[in-house]
Design a protein around this ligand. Structure first.
Ligand code: UDX
Length: 444
């Protein structure tokens, strides 16, 4: 059956989902309340950087299968399946997630649902949200019980968004308690995800709260793994041990595994930091805050890496940034992304500037976003421009062009050959033999 899909919210998640589903052959209508964003998407112009996504977007537009709108009336009329992909940012000054966009999207859509359809929540939400939204839909939808809600968390990573969407590790669906509605929802989702299921992708069917928890517990686990190795890095620094060797040795134990065991400046971005905080807040509301107190520690270990990075750089400069020049390589929260939300790199750069350093930043993709987020910092047009005259160079996001840098080229432009490798991305021997003082987090 050829379902017509709408995707409500066209940020990273929604724009990727819309373009990928159109590429699979579905007719897709993307909706956003931001008219400028919709105009750009409709013109084939992706409002953020994501490798491989723009060609998919253009192909969808050219085929006529992918269209965009700002109208809820049009979306409600068009869709058999409505994917909810709006953001759930951290509330200002609080740990909890801000559900205003989800609430608004569901309320506006539900009031217009006049024919049988499935609403599929993909946004990351506090456990218990789906249950509440299902009741809202039942109250508001003119079609009544023929508008069914399913919860289907999304695990895509920025930088791999298309691959993660088209070839996911697993598909998780949370279904309503009503057997008839649940059976219908499962059937529709199996049809929509048929190409993935044909590849053998595990399909996990659960209830609403379990499906909501899968997403936040996955992110909590990943954040914990990163902070675990960064805690080991703190111990390594004190014990004159090498955390990169430690991590390698641990990784051969396949019960542990090497992924997300990369020591360095720690995690940032629009998901892990806010998701673990929202998870703690929700556990508190549920009266089980003790179950997640360790996540506070995970968050604190993560933030301490940024402080340690600043301390290391200051140490190399003899104890003060005043009157000193610092070249910063990297602004995005991770490579292959232009996202600077909660970026460890920009945080470190801004802190050093706050302590009197002259900081110049370069990032291959995130310059525009970085300038908007930190307008007071200086920006260079290349790695060499950012490093010109520097007394210390800091590698804070491990873009491959930084990994490949020639120490001799950089030596020609800096004032002093000091480098701090915040991502354990460089070969210390190569840099030391080229006359550099090389320091890294968690290594002697
Ligand atoms: C994450 C989850 O991976 C994804 O499943 C979820 O849907 C959204 O959140 P993303 O934010 O795109 O995805 O980034 P991810 O690749 O997970 O990296 C998160 C942060 O961890 C980055 O800042 C990265 O630099 C850092 N990281 C990752 C480490 O510090 N060490 C590692 O070993 C791995």
């Amino acid at each position: 059956m050829a379902h017509r899909l709408t995707v409500i919210g066209t940020g990273y998640l929604g724009a990727t989902h819309a373009a990928c589903m159109a590429d699979l052959g579905f007719e897709v209508l993307g909706l956003d309340v931001d008219a400028e964003r919709i105009a750009r998407l409709a013109a084939g112009d992706l409002p953020f950087y994501e490798p491989g996504l723009e060609p998919l977007l253009r192909r969808g537009l050219e085929s006529g299968r992918l269209r965009f709108t700002t109208s809820y009336d049009e979306a409600a009329e068009f869709g058999d399946v409505h994917f909810l992909c709006v953001g759930t940012p951290q509330k200002a000054g609080e740990y909890a997630a801000d559900l205003a966009y989800v609430e608004e999207a569901v309320t506006r859509l539900a009031a217009r649902l006049r024919r049988p359809c499935l609403v599929v929540g993909k946004s990351t939400v506090p456990v218990g949200t789906a249950d509440r939204l299902a009741r809202r839909i039942a109250e508001l939808a003119p079609v009544g019980g023929d508008a069914v809600l399913a919860w289907n968390p999304e695990f895509l990573r920025e930088g791999f968004a298309c691959k993660d969407t088209l070839h996911p590790d697993r598909i998780v669906v949370g279904l309503p308690a009503d057997q008839g509605a649940a059976g219908h929802a499962e059937k529709v989702l199996r049809e929509v995800y048929a190409p993935m299921l044909a590849e053998g992708t595990p399909f996990v069917v659960a209830d609403y709260p379990t499906s909501e928890l899968v997403k936040v517990s996955a992110n909590a686990f990943l954040a914990t793994k990163i902070s675990f190795i960064n805690a080991m890095a703190e111990v390594c620094e004190a014990a004159h041990a090498d955390v990169t060797k430690l991590s390698e040795a641990l990784s051969y134990d396949d019960r542990i595994g090497g992924r997300f065991l990369g020591p360095g400046l720690g995690f940032g971005g629009g998901c892990l930091p806010k998701d673990i905080r929202a998870f703690m807040a929700r556990a508190g509301e549920l009266g089980v805050d003790q179950a997640l107190t360790f996540l506070r520690e995970v968050d604190e270990i993560n933030i301490r890496r940024r402080i340690r990075m600043v301390d290391l750089a200051r140490e190399l400069l003899g104890g003060s940034f005043i009157g000193r020049t610092v070249g910063v390589l990297g602004a995005a929260f991770k490579p292959d992304s232009d996202d600077v939300r909660d970026s460890p790199a920009l945080d470190v750069a801004a802190t050093i500037r706050g302590q009197g350093g002259r900081v110049t930043v370069f990032d291959p993709r995130a310059m525009d976003n970085a300038r908007r987020a930190q307008p007071a910092l200086a920006y260079g047009e290349s790695a060499l421009a950012a490093a010109r005259g520097a007394h210390v160079v800091l590698l804070l996001t491990e873009w491959s062009e930084f990994r490949r840098m020639d120490p001799a080229d950089l030596a020609e432009v800096v004032a002093e050959r000091n480098i701090v490798d915040g991502r354990n991305a460089l070969d210390p021997e190569r840099w030391r033999s080229a006359g550099w003082t090389y320091r890294a987090l968690g290594r002697p």
